[in-house]
Design a protein around this ligand. Structure first.
Ligand code: GLN
Length: 243
């Protein structure tokens, strides 16, 4: 009996140890899977460029990638509070965000563009004065649109909802990142993107300020992905060169 108890206690210890280490072996990625082609739902899976980049980083660090899907404006908070290790959601580097979290080296360039209906009279960012503009809550599109004179802002939880509102004639334009814009325009008739972009920006991965070791590891992994051509390969899988 004594032997058995010892064995049981031993097994319990091993089990609890395993429980502890499995947490340590995870790399938790906070994202908002409403942002094709960077992160989106495909069946019951979350896929996209950011997912593959984070998977490659996790592989490099010998960790298991765990994806936490949440509202866009919770992504940075969850990194800040330590609930997630990485925030990867097509996150634009901004001075304001850098006050709360660190950003890795950039892995993509992007732009905020304007989606309009094909028959719209909006031909450049200057024409947005006085218009009703749809944005995704908490995004750089939302932040920049606040400076447009006399404009009315409609904030949506998902970029797709802003595009729906545009299709229904509830708003005049949507300001959103260029790659999801291309996806939404290709999926819906009667929409186009204004030639002149609204702003240019860079995407990077958010990491807690005190986690400098992870920042170094992620930057090293990103460098390796760039140098080996693997980053280009991932991007090419989701974005064709001619669109
Ligand atoms: N790049 C934009 C930002 O960082 C939007 C990102 C997103 O909607 N996932 O605010």
């Amino acid at each position: 009996m004594k032997k058995f108890l010892c064995l049981a206690a031993g097994l319990l210890m091993i089990a609890s140890l395993a429980a502890c280490t499995s947490k340590k072996d995870e790399l938790v990625m906070a994202t908002n899977a409403e942002f094709p082609p960077y992160e989106f739902h495909e069946g019951d899976k979350i896929v996209g460029i950011d997912v593959e980049i984070c998977q490659a980083i996790a592989d490099e660090l010998g960790k298991e990638l765990v994806i936490e899907d949440m509202a866009f404006d919770s992504v940075i908070t969850s990194v800040y509070t330590g609930k997630a290790d990485l925030g990867a959601a097509g996150l634009t580097i901004t001075e304001d965000r850098l006050k709360n979290i660190n950003f890795s080296d950039p892995y993509a360039t992007a732009a905020q563009v304007i989606i309009i209906k094909e028959d719209s009279d909006i031909a450049s960012p200057d024409d947005l004065v006085g218009k009703t503009i749809g944005v995704q809550l908490g995004t750089t599109g939302d932040i920049y649109a606040e400076d447009i004179e006399d404009a009315t802002l409609e904030r949506y939880n998902k970029g797709f909802e802003a595009v729906q509102a545009l299709l229904q004639g509830k708003i005049d334009a949507v300001i959103i990142d260029n790659e999801p814009a291309k996806v939404y325009v290709s999926q819906n008739d009667g929409l186009k993107i204004v030639d002149e972009a609204f702003t240019y920006e860079e995407y990077a991965i958010a990491i807690a300020k005190d986690n400098t070791k992870l920042l170094d590891d992620v930057n090293a992994a990103i460098k390796k992905l760039k140098d080996s051509g693997k980053l280009d390969e991932i991007v090419a899988k989701y974005i064709s060169a001619d669109n």
